[in-house]
Design a protein around this ligand. Structure first.
Ligand code: GDP
Ligand code: IMO
Ligand code: MG
Length: 429
């Protein structure tokens, strides 16, 4: 029995979906606790490929119970569409394996419109959100005007609540943003009630479900979305998402910190970022282009090209100190196969000559990365499953990462598929 937390340790898209799918065959429960369908977690095996946005990445294992905790913001439409897709692919019984917190907040059509309009109005200062309505939904949660699943009922009282919210939102859409789109109250209400007919049987007090599971010594895997540097508090604000990606589990699933055994940070062997914001090791040159092409770095949710650069140990060290990470799963190392040399940023220097070991909170200044350079292996490691079969130069890079970050690597991913993996910690076999 193990209770592990998996976190993205960079700016998202580290390969969380691949690793969670891989190790969740050992888990009875797989649990999302923050974010919403801004996430895009890819799972590939045999000839199948799935992009999971809301459903936990354990959903493709028949034994796994998938939980959406109270901290996830859930678009009923996106949820039902995703469930249908998975069911059509042959996973018929999933409804019986999904539990959703009745306290989870809803992402409704006005959140999506407001996200789009807010981005449009920012012109050259766009955050580059996924426009899935995630920020506006968390905004409502904090403002105590959010709609939670357990509020939705076919009653005059709920109709009145929704009416007040939609009247307010339509005012913002029309008067602040000059938007031509407004939300129709009756349509929103009727649609929601229909969606709830399917969703209601899946609702429960998920924190109690998870506590009981833990008491009964069941294995639980918590699945972080986004990445540490997109954390609303500790990330590169304002170019962040709107949830706590690092420590969100404790509030977002109602699960106590002392019950977690391992915190595994997923680290991509280089860095990517989609959307605006600081990125000290970004390579806007042929190296960046190479990484985009070799790594197929296009967003799983929005299809946007991801910005690419060298591995940034200063940002990673910050993620480690904040999260209490115990292990690393290294992904996409095969993308570096052809490079003559590979670099890791081990410190930054600002224009006054001051050096930094960690990504500082105040990144107004230009930070010049200081790199440690490793010789490339220039041979194909894609698909390798044994550590011994790796070329010495690749082993040196892997050892270098462990030494610089001070954490052991438990899994090395050498390709997008489940089977392209080197498992170093036998507990994940
Ligand atoms: P997530 O959001 O962290 O789950 O990551 P995404 O699924 O958005 O993006 C990771 C991409 O890299 C997906 O297309 C995966 O199929 C792919 N991927 C995952 N691990 C590896 C790997 O080790 N090598 C390669 N080449 N691709 C990988
Ligand atoms: P996964 O779970 C990468 C980024 C967006 C934008 C910022 C705010 O697949 O790693 P939001 O829609 O959340 O308000 O957008 O956060 N972002 C992600 N980047 N991977 C993700 O999820 C992301 N989810 C949000 O690009 O910069
Ligand atoms: Mg992703």
């Amino acid at each position: 029995m193990s209770t592990d937390l998996i976190l993205g340790s960079q700016w998202g898209d580290e390969g969380k979906g691949k690793i969670i799918d891989l190790i969740s065959h050992n888990s009875k429960y797989v649990v999302r606790f923050q974010g919403g369908n801004n996430a895009g977690h890819t799972v590939k095996f045999k000839n199948e490929q799935f992009a999971l946005h809301l459903l936990p990445s354990g959903i493709l294992h028949e034994q796994s119970i998938c939980v959406l905790g109270n901290g996830v913001v859930i678009s009923p439409q996106a949820l039902l569409e995703e469930m249908e897709l998975i069911q059509k692919a042959g996973y018929k019984d999933i409804k019986k394996r999904i539990y959703i917190s009745n306290n989870a907040h809803l992402v409704l059509p006005y959140h999506i419109e407001l996200d789009k309009e807010s981005e449009k109005s920012l012109k050259n200062n766009k955050i580059g959100t996924t426009c899935r309505g995630i920020g506006p939904a968390y905004e409502d949660k904090a403002a105590r005007r959010g709609i939670r699943f357990n509020m939705v009922e076919d009653t005059p009282a709920f109709y009145q609540t929704l009416k007040e919210v939609i009247t307010y939102k339509n005012k913002i859409l029309k008067q602040i943003y000059n938007s031509e789109t407004t939300i129709d109250l009756d349509e929103c209400y009727e649609t929601l009630l229909k969606q709830m007919e399917i969703i209601r049987p899946m609702l429960c007090d998920t924190e109690i479900l998870l506590f009981e599971a833990w008491k009964n010594k069941e294995s639980i895997l918590f699945e972080g979305a986004q990445g540490a540097m997109l954390d609303i508090d500790h990330g590169t604000y304002p170019f962040v998402t709107s949830s706590n990606t690092i420590n969100g589990l404790y509030g977002g699933a109602g699960f106590a910190a002392t019950r977690i055994n391992k915190i595994i940070g997923i680290v991509k062997a280089y860095t990517t970022r989609v959307g605006s914001g600081p990125f000290p090791t970004e390579q806007t040159n042929e190296i960046g282009d190479f990484l985009i092409e070799q790594g197929n770095e296009f967003g799983t949710t929005t299809g946007r090209k991801r910005r690419c650069g060298w591995l940034d140990a200063c940002a990673l060290k910050k993620a480690i100190l904040l999260s209490g990470m115990t292990d690393i799963a290294l992904t996409k190392i095969d993308v570096l196969d052809e490079l003559e040399e590979v670099k890791i940023c081990v410190a930054y220097q600002d224009d006054t000559g001051k050096q930094y070991d960690y990504l500082p909170n105040n990144i107004q200044k230009t930070l010049i990365p200081i790199y440690k350079t490793f010789k490339g292996w220039q041979s194909k490691i894609a698909g390798i499953t044994e550590y011994e079969s790796l070329p010495q130069e690749a082993k040196n890079y892997i050892k270098g990462i462990e030494e610089i970050l001070g954490l052991p690597i438990c899994i090395i991913s050498t390709g997008p598929k489940r089977e392209s993996t080197i498992i170093l910690d036998p507990s994940y076999n």
